[in-house]
Design a protein. Structure first.
Length: 95
């Protein structure tokens, strides 16, 4: 498979993964690597998703906190831990 074909397939897989709910950069990167896409291709796809606005860790954190408070309330420290597990940067979590 050519790099162009692999990028096209990785793009489609990433969009399909994002259909169900918003994801973090780490979640998308891990999923594509799990599907055995080349690291260079994965990085290009993640960058493209970021530029297109499909990935936004700050917005993800805000929405996750809102969802958690509305539907599954828990302490702030627990939510911060969950966001760290999802791969969010400490600076984003603390904001």
């Amino acid at each position: 498979m050519s790099e162009e074909q692999e990028q096209s397939l990785a793009w489609r897989r990433a969009l399909k993964y994002l259909e169900r709910r918003a994801r973090t950069v780490k979640e998308v990167r891990d999923k594509l690597l799990e599907k055995k896409f080349d690291l260079i291709v994965v990085n290009k796809i993640v960058e493209r998703l970021l530029q297109a606005g499909y990935l936004n860790d700050e917005l993800f954190a805000q929405n996750y906190l809102r969802w958690r408070n509305d539907f599954r309330p828990t302490g702030l420290s627990r939510v911060k831990q969950e966001l760290r597990i999802k791969g969010l940067d400490k600076l984003i979590i603390e904001t």
